[in-house]
Each structure stands twice: as C-alpha cells, then as structure tokens.
Design a protein around this ligand. Structure first.
Ligand SMILES: [Zn+2]
Length: 474
C-alpha cells in the first residue's frame, strides 16, 4: 500500500497532495477499521470527499473532450438516450429538488440572518455580531451543554439567527450537509433538535482496462481519487497494485453517489466491484450485517480482508529480515533472527496485527518491553523493544486488529529504535512477511441467505450494465 501511495504522489502536482495524503490517512484508517467504516459524516472526511471529487471532475472533463476513453461512465438511473451522443458520458445528474419536512422547517418565510464563523470566533463573538448579549450566550450554552454541539465552531461554518423584537427566537447550525442543529424558544425555554436529512443516492457504474497503472487508468475511466482509494483498500489485502497488476487487467465498479438538493455531496461507497487480475475474476460485494457493520466479501461469503495486517506499523522500513542464520548485531554471534525488524522513530504506534487477547505484557529479557497476543488457538504475535505500552491494556485484554498496543522504542537489546515483530503458528516461528494469512471472519452463517440475495443481485447488475455498455458501443 505505501508503494501505491507513493505512485500516486509521484503523479500529482503538489496542490493536490494535501487532499491525497488525507485520503491516504483515511485509507489506512479504513484498512484498520473496515468492519465499522460506515460513512461517519465527520467534518474532515466530508471535506476530503468534496476536495477529491472536485479534483477528479476537472480531470474527467478533459478526458471526455478528448474522446479517447477506453472506458465509459454509464448511468442507468438517467435516460441517457435522450442526450446528444457527445454529452452522454459527461452529463451531470440533477435530481429533482426534495420538498420534505426538513426543507420546509428550515426555509420558512422567516427573517433569518446568517453569520459566517471567522478565525478565532466563538459563540460570544458571533452572538455579539448578531446584536445579542451574554445572557443569550448563556441560555444557548445551557441548552446545548448535554451534547456540546456548539463547542467547536470551524471557520467557514455559519450560524443563522432568527431574532424578533430584539430577542433570540431560533438558532440553526449546519453540522454537516446531512445534519442541522435547530434551537427554538418554546415556552420560554430553548429546545434543541437535530434535523437529519437523507441524501438521494444514485447508482453509478464504471468499467475500465488497465494500460499502465491502476491509478492512471481508473482516473481516466472517471473514478475520483476517493473511489480509487476505496477500490485499492478493498483489494489491497491480496494485491500489491505496484507489483501485481498486468496490462489488460480490468475493473468494474458499482457505487452509490449521494446527492442533496441536486448537488453531489459524496461519492458514497462501492457496493460491488470486480477486478480481473491476470485472468482471475476477484469480485467483492459490500454487505452490512444485522449488527450494522459493513464489510466486503467474495460472492461465496469469505471476507476480502485478512485476519492479519502484513505490517503492524506505518511509516517504517524493514531494517532486518527473518533469517535463521543471522549474526546478531549486539551479541556479535550467529543467532537466528526469528522475526522482522521495522526501523521507525521512537513513539511510532505499534498496531495489533489481528484480533486477539494479550497474553504477555512486560519486560522479557533482550526483548525489552514486550506484548504477546494470542489469536485463536494456534497463532501468537510478539512485539518487542517498546518505549511505552498502551496504558489501557493488561494481560487478558481483548484487542482489535489495528488497535495501538504500544509505541516504538529501543528497550532491551537494541541498537536503535525499532519494532521487532514475530509471528508463530503452533509455536513455530514463521516469516511474517511471507506467511499465508487466513481470511477475516466470513459472513455470519445465519445471514448467508440474505447475503446470497445481495450477491446475486449484484452479479445481475454487472451483467446488465456491461451488456448496456456493449450494446451502446456497437
Ligand atoms: Zn529483531
């Protein structure tokens, strides 16, 4: 994955780097947290989504005007046949404006005045600008103290006030495009309501053929950076996109774009994808289980994820490989190196490579501060030379894949700060860089029928979309 990110970095003008590295961070987070990566509409990721969307839009207009696309964007939700031939691929979808309760609530014929949050603004300064006093600030703070929704205002956001006869009647604050806080004076008390909106989703299909790199060809096909990242993170457990892809490999992606008031607010997420790699069809289906957590599975219900991360650390380089006849740098004699060393700066977080239970936390001779995790009945992983542990962990604690368990250091016998990482199967040391990992948990047995329906529906969708594209091209 780091290679893939570097590849992307190399391709982009510096202006876009910020957005991409945020995507990169989100990607790594997603990799760690896939089961619960449900779109959480936090401010930062909405902004990122928008940034990358804009970037890509500019790109795809260029591609369209050149008319040399190897792949076509198809939108079956829209009657494309009515459009002139040269506008079909680039046409923008404009859903009918929604007239729902929310819109009615927020756009009455009242005299709202809106103030934009500036740098260093707080509730007091904004209220002052609106002609309100400290008493009003106090009342609103009291009303919102439970969830503290107004405690962090970001520059560029806005607060809207409804003031009648010099007193505050209503206040509204758009937390995100999908969530607005409405505070209303009712019977001399401020009542707080959160108004949630549901975006209109539109299914989108894109396919393409790899000529050079996934990034270049997927972008040419019309995928945004964010979507390419999603795609790469689904397949990243099995495929190294800088090494394993072949000219002629192809991809098909179905995703749900989200619109609000006719404006695209997000790419949404991939609902199904196919990647034909070296002749092998790798299909991934998104499925949300009865507990509400979403993940990607093969059509027969196996997880696309692996039970272990290949590297339990980011921002590190391999400084010493698994080697059973290595000369030890400190002891200066032949001593097997039964793990991998990752050099990284002191304090870099070390992640549990899989779900499991802490069975050792403490000093362990030359290993220094060490944690050992038991995964299932026959696998253990060991993390040595830590500077500190995650304070919350103790012997017996359950850990999740990707959770920080400690921090890089050089405790024990170490020449510099690094993580020494071991992987044992039935007590025998295996090379963590090459050992075959089992898949993460499959679709729960009791949900296989429901999953099967989703999977076969997606299979049909791929067929329909591909046939429509084929018919259109001939
Ligand atoms: Zn080592």
């Amino acid at each position: 994955m780091p290679n893939f990110l570097q590849q992307i970095k190399g391709r982009f003008p510096t202006v876009h780097l910020a957005a991409i590295s945020i995507c990169g961070v989100i990607l790594s987070i997603t990799l760690l947290l896939l089961p619960s990566e449900e779109v959480s509409a936090t401010k930062s990721n909405l902004q990122t989504v928008q940034t990358s969307t804009n970037t890509t839009h500019a790109g795809s207009v260029d591609q369209t005007s050149q008319r040399v696309r190897k792949s076509i964007v198809l939108d079956l939700a829209r009657p494309t046949s009515s459009l002139p031939e040269n506008q079909r691929d680039a046409a923008t979808f404009t859903p009918a404006p929604e007239t729902d309760v929310t819109t009615a609530l927020l756009q009455p014929t009242e005299n709202w005045i809106s103030y934009t949050v500036q740098k260093n603004d707080n509730l007091t300064s904004l209220f002052k600008r609106a002609g309100l006093n400290a008493r009003d600030v106090y009342n609103i703070s009291q009303a919102t103290k439970h969830d503290n929704e107004l405690s962090r205002l970001y520059p560029g956001e806005s607060l809207a006030f409804l003031i009648e006869e010099a007193s505050l009647k209503k206040l509204k604050y758009e937390i995100s495009p999908l969530k607005t806080l409405l505070i209303e004076l009712i019977d001399n008390k401020f009542a707080v309501n959160t108004i949630e909106r549901t975006p209109v989703t539109k299914e989108h299909y894109i396919e393409g053929v790899i000529e050079g790199s996934l990034f270049v060809d997927a972008e040419r096909a019309g995928l945004s950076n964010n979507m390419i990242m999603q795609f790469a993170s689904i397949y990243g457990w099995d495929i190294d996109f800088s090494q394993d892809i072949r000219k002629g490999d192809s991809f098909r992606i179905i995703y749900n774009e989200q619109f609000l008031d006719g404006k695209k607010i997000s790419d949404g997420h991939i609902v199904a994808a196919q990647f034909i790699n070296n002749g092998e069809n790798l299909t991934a289906i998104r499925y949300t289980d009865s507990e509400g957590s979403s993940s990607y599975y093969t059509p027969d219900g196996h997880s696309m994820r692996k039970a272990f991360l290949r590297m339990p650390i980011n921002f590190a380089r391999v400084s010493s490989r698994f080697n059973l006849s290595r000369k030890h740098p400190v002891l200066n004699k032949i001593r097997a190196h039964k793990g991998v060393d990752y050099a990284a700066s002191t304090g870099t977080p070390i992640k549990a490579s899989g779900d499991g239970k802490v069975i050792w936390k403490g000093n362990k001779g030359g290993y220094g501060r060490t944690i050992i995790i038991q995964h299932g009945s026959n696998i253990t992983t060991l993390y040595a030379h830590m500077s500190k542990y995650n304070k919350k962990l103790k012997k017996g604690s359950r850990v999740k894949q990707g959770q920080a368990i400690g921090y890089v250091g050089k405790s024990g016998l170490a020449t510099g700060p690094h993580l020494h990482y071991e992987f044992r199967v039935n007590g025998a040391h295996k090379n963590p860089m090459t050992v075959k990992f089992p898949h993460a948990s499959p679709v729960p047995k009791k949900e296989l029928v429901a999953f099967g329906e989703v999977a076969s529906q997606m299979k049909n969708q791929f067929k329909t979309y591909a046939a429509t594209l084929y018919a259109r091209a001939n």
